[in-house]
Each structure stands twice: as structure tokens, then as C-alpha cells.
Write a protein that binds this ligand. Sequence first.
Ligand SMILES: C[S@@+](CC[C@H](N)C(=O)[O-])C[C@H]1O[C@@H](n2cnc3c(N)ncnc32)[C@H](O)[C@@H]1O
Length: 367
Amino acid sequence: MSTPHQVPTYPDLVRALADRGLLNGRWRQVFEAVPRSRFVPADVWRQLPDRCEPVVGTDAWLALVNSDEPVVTQLDDGAVGGPGVATSSNSMPSMVARMLGLLDVGDGMRVLEVGTGTGYVAALLCERLGDDLVHSVELDPVVARQAADALARTGYRPHLRVGDGEQPWPGLGPVDRLISTCALRYVPYGLLRQVRPGGVVVAPLAREFWSGALAQLRVQDDGTAAGPFRGGATYMPMRAHRVPDLHEVRGRGRARASGLDPARLLDLGFALFARARLPGVRLVHKDTDEGVQVWVTREDGSGATAVTGQEVWQYGPGFLWEEIERAWWEYESAGRPGAEQFGLTVTDRGQQVWLWDPREVIRPARA
Ligand SMILES: C[S@@+](CC[C@H](N)C(=O)[O-])C[C@H]1O[C@@H](n2cnc3c(N)ncnc32)[C@H](O)[C@@H]1O
């Protein structure tokens, strides 16, 4: 165990991931061979709940890089003087390990990564599969250049492309595996078309109602894909998939007693259910001393805000909070299924969330 004066090391980090069961024998060797620090630039930030804090000094830098935390490597798409929103990072190692495990790669498989970022995941894939089988695309040219340099310095030469990973990679034949390391609001059908039937897609999804969920999809013979959610995953979004702000809310507030602690809305199982029942409703939250405060809004100008232990306020047309309470009781009657009981099907017509079985699609509630 580290004393307060010891800076944690990368072998400590890999050991901790292995002890948590996140790395099988082969992946453990791969992680050991690819030091994370080789892919992290000097200027980085720590992600706090409400902002990014610059990391100052070598010890603080090493402590962050060798911890199970994301390391923010770019703010505001590289613009100077912006609000300080993280737009590129070296992801949390335990999440990387989970996603690579779910990707289920085998020798000889071709992999496409969307979101090269610092190049660390691409390097891990190169170490596991060999350079020639790894393809990685990054939208931001400055980030892509830094990743290419870091990869070359450490001796890895995957196929790299600067461009929009949502668009097909020209001339790339079907791959066996696709991993997105930026969050998607929906799985673009075009992405699936790059994966052979039987291939696997692992991607974090972030919708208006969820902070993030990991989907593991298998591509079918007809080109559609389906599979379960595999727990939570908070990732920075693909640029064109950034979750929009809350809607503008109209009208005077109406107070009433709440039949539901707003903290329940943050449970990922309920969030997946509620998003499918109440499409278009957006939610944000903040922690309070007693629990949480949530705001929910919809395009028609309706909204509600609720704080743990207090009355709820509803705005605009309809009774949005009551719709959410109804969705909660439906969820409760279904036995409060956990996030992994839900799954996703993606076709050329869009995507649908289901519970337990792809035939049990959760349909939108009628207002
Ligand atoms: C969390 S970082 C990826 C971390 C990376 N896998 C690593 O090993 O460091 C997400 C990256 O996705 C990139 N990105 C965002 N939208 C994209 C898009 N449409 N196509 C490709 N990359 C995109 C961002 O610029 C950012 O660098």
C-alpha cells in the first residue's frame, strides 16, 4: 500500500486492475508492456465534478497518471479562454480494461477504434494484436498528431486516420471489432456497416436521461446489431453527439408533494427505462447535502425540479413529474431491473431499448 509520500507507480495500477478481475492473463501482460505515462502530455487536468483542475508538478502528474482516474488532455476543443470543458482525455484505466474485455478480441482480428485521443488504447491493441490489425480514427488534428507521435516514440504503428469516425473509413474492409472511446447518443448505422456479421461493437452511450451506459452489440447477418448494456460508463461525447442543454421552460411553477425521491432517477436501470418511455425528456442533476436536485425538461416547454425531501415544482403544459412518477411505478412493478437486464437493437431505422429480450421493446408512453 502507498504511504502519503509515495507516488503510485504504473505496476501498482496494473496490479490493482488485475486484483479487481478486470485483466485476464493476456491483457495483464499487454497493460504491463504499455506504460500509460508514455501517452500523457505534460499539460493535463484532473476532472472534478464541476470543473477541470490543472495538475501542477511532477509528483501530482505521476500520481494522476498512475491512478484509476481519467486524465484530461484537452479543454474546449483546444480553444483558448473557453469555459474549461474536457474534450479529450486518456480514459479511466478500469474502464479501458472493461471495454477491452467486452471487445472479446482474438488473435488475427482487425479492430477499429473511434477516438484515438492520446493513443493509449491503440497502443494496447497493437501490443495485443500487432500494428497491422489496428485502425484508429481521431477527429481533432492536433490530438491526432500528438497520438501519432506518442505511438511512434513507443514503437507502435497502427493505421491512423484524421477524420470523423462516424463516417466510413474509405477503403477499410469489414473489421471484426469496433470500439468507440467517445460516447454516442445513438449508434450510427454507418458504423455497424464497417463490422462483419458476427463482429462485436463496444460503445459508451450517453442520452438525455442517462449519464452513460456501455453497450456490447453483436452484428447480425442482416447488418442490424443487438446486445446488452454492460453497466455505466461516463465518456466525453463524440463531437456531433454532445448532449444538448435543457429546454426552455414556460409558465409559472406549481408545487406539490413528491411521491418519489429524485435520487431514484439516477439509477441507471431506471434511467434506461425512463428514457425509452419518455423520449425527448432531458435531465440534469447536482448532489446536495440531503441527496440530489434534478431538473427535467421537454421540448413542449414543460419541466420540473425536485430536491430530496422537498416539494416538487412543475412548469409549463402537462405534469412532467407525474409522468416520471408513473414511469417509476412501472419500473418498480417490473421488479426494478438492473441496467444489465436492458439491451439495445440498432437497425437502419434507428435504435430501440428492450428489457430482458430483444422482442420486449420498451415503447414510448402516450402523454
Ligand atoms: C476519451 S477520448 C479517447 C481516449 C483514447 N482512446 C485514448 O486512448 O487516449 C475521446 C476522443 O474522441 C475524439 N472524438 C470526438 N468526436 C469524434 C469523431 N466524430 N470521430 C473521431 N474521434 C472523435 C475526441 O477528440 C477525443 O480525443
